[in-house]
Design a protein around this ligand. Structure first.
Ligand code: ADP
Ligand code: MG
Ligand code: MG
Length: 250
């Protein structure tokens, strides 16, 4: 579904991704783990098409199409969703307005009819219920005054509403307490676990992976994938640390 080949990318002239190769098939949850500064967030920004992140080599195809050739809004309409490590606040715009606008703009690009206010609210209520987020939170301005956990749950409500086929989730577990982690993890399972969808789950810790069980785990270090294995690789990283695991021959 997503095929990244020998990708190199830089920010401000500094090379961050150094020949990264990774395949994610439909139906798969692929966890990416790696030390701080390895380039994990950079990878998610490059996939999303964020300005300032310059691709200098390699290729990315999404369902056979050249992803790097698409504008960010086209990537989203094609079914790509990005969850951010640091969600932005948008004063003056309510979650409901923002989400309805985002959904209807994607529907329009796909040639689908917009949802009416009533249809949208029904959908939003269903997804907010799934993430145990009070509808009152969705009437408030986007992320303004939200706790870390509320931001992440609101972001997962957004994912539920947009219903992407591929989600790149960058440290969705950061700042979550144990209960919120379970709610968010189960939300990811319920929204994205499907034979025709896939997830790239970027995380530092194994605890989210106990709820969202990965099919494969890759280690990203110094801008490239240095090892790929099954779920046991995450357990070993947690117990032994990156240095010990990466010191062994692949
Ligand atoms: P990770 O998410 O794995 O912790 P990042 O992708 O955030 O790593 O960062 C990778 C490297 O890129 C780090 O060395 C970081 O300092 C550097 N970096 C990130 N953003 C910028 C930027 N805007 N300008 C220069 N260097 C950056
Ligand atoms: Mg980091
Ligand atoms: Mg990061």
């Amino acid at each position: 579904m997503l095929k990244i080949e020998n990708l190199t990318a830089e920010i401000d002239g500094k090379q961050i991704l150094n020949g990264l190769t990774l395949d994610v098939a439909a139906g798969e949850v692929h966890a990416i783990m790696g030390p701080n500064g390895a380039g994990k967030s950079t990878l998610s920004y490059v996939l999303g098409g964020r300005p300032g992140y310059e691709v200098t080599g390699g290729s990315v195809t999404f369902n056979g199409e050249d992803l790097l050739d698409m504008e960010p809004h086209e990537r989203a309409a094609a079914g790509l969703f990005l969850g951010f490590q640091y969600p932005v606040e948008i004063p003056g715009v309510s979650n409901v307005q923002f989400l309805r606008e985002a959904l209807n703009s994607q529907r329009k690009q796909r040639g689908e009819e917009p949802l009416s206010g009533g249809e949208f609210l029904k959908l939003a209520k269903e997804k907010a219920g799934l993430l145990k987020l009070d509808m009152g939170m969705l009437k408030r301005n986007v992320n303004v005054g939200f706790s870390g956990g509320e931001k992440k749950r609101a972001e997962m409500v957004q994912m539920g509403i947009l219903d992407p086929s591929f989600a790149v989730l960058d440290e969705t577990d950061s700042g979550l307490d144990i209960d919120a982690l379970r709610v968010v993890g189960e939300g990811i399972n319920s929204i994205m676990r499907s034979p025709d969808k896939a997830v790239l789950l970027i995380t530092h810790y194994q605890r989210l992976l106990e709820v969202v069980k990965p099919d494969r785990v890759s280690i990203l270090a110094k801008g490239r994938i240095v090892r790929t294995g099954g779920p046991e690789l995450a357990t070993r990283l947690e117990n032994e640390g990156y240095d010990a695991v990466m010191a062994e021959p692949a």
